[in-house]
Design a protein around this ligand. Structure first.
Ligand SMILES: CC(C)(COP(=O)(O)OP(=O)(O)OC[C@H]1O[C@@H](n2cnc3c(N)ncnc32)[C@H](O)[C@@H]1OP(=O)(O)O)[C@@H](O)C(=O)NCCC(=O)NCCS
Length: 198
């Protein structure tokens, strides 16, 4: 599905319209497994945005309908304690906690799951982290998975487990930088090839 990702406040929603949003993480017949993720987008995201500096919410919408929210994530700043990183990583770091961009909330509407929207939201979060890291120190992107299933999802997307934290994960900014450089090199070689074939 072709989607666009916007900051929540650029969707045309208001504080009251967002409360009426039809957004669920679980089948309507089942009990909602993630009520806090539904509550967050309907009641707290707007408020936290207005207060400023708590968390930014980015939403995925169909290209032709900004008010239909198919998924969202939040970003804010956080820290990773050294003891939560593997010994070999700790050795190369100063002796204090390191800064991280936290994906605090992350959800896709049940009807839109398994279509790659989560993947696109994560890519957006990674790009945000890379941009921020040009001006502010960011060692990694971190998340706290809600459950084992969510943890498996993050592991498949390249996150690593944090030590001493059953559901905590991180992906180093160095990994994201290397992936971006590789992607850019591939794109450049494709452009060169297409120039040669013309
Ligand atoms: C976790 C969550 C955000 C993932 O969102 P999503 O949009 O379904 O994720 P994606 O589509 O990127 O990937 C999901 C799976 O579908 C697969 N997939 C991706 N695109 C696909 C496509 N076009 N067709 C079929 N399958 C596809 C992916 O490979 C992935 O497979 P996997 O189950 O083997 O990992 C979503 O399932 C969700 O909201 N879950 C409930 C709340 C939750 O757990 N949030 C995280 C809290 S920490």
């Amino acid at each position: 599905m072709a989607i666009c990702i916007y900051p929540l406040e650029n969707t045309g929603h208001t504080r009251s319209s967002i409360k009426k949003l039809d957004f669920k993480c679980t089948d309507s017949k089942e009990e909602e497994l993630y009520p806090e993720l539904v509550k967050y987008i309907k009641q707290l995201a707007w408020k936290n945005n207005e207060i400023g500096g708590i968390a930014r919410t980015f939403v995925a919408c169909p290209e032709d309908d900004r008010k239909k929210i198919l998924g969202y994530y939040t970003s804010s700043m956080s820290l990773i304690e050294l003891k939560n990183l593997p010994d070999e990583v700790q050795e190369s770091l100063p002796g204090y906690p390191v800064p991280a961009l936290l994906i605090g909330k992350f959800a896709v509407d049940k009807l839109a799951q398994k279509q790659g929207i989560g993947k696109q939201l994560l890519k957006h979060a990674f790009e945000t982290a890379l941009e921020v890291s040009q001006k502010v120190g960011v060692f990694a992107v971190r998340v706290d998975a809600k459950d084992e299933q969510a943890k498996q999802y993050y592991l498949k997307k390249g996150f690593l487990s944090l030590e001493d934290k059953a559901l905590g994960l991180y992906i180093p900014i160095s990994t994201l930088k290397a992936a971006k450089a590789e992607q850019e090199a591939k794109q450049a070689s494709e452009i060169n090839l297409s120039l040669l074939s013309n």
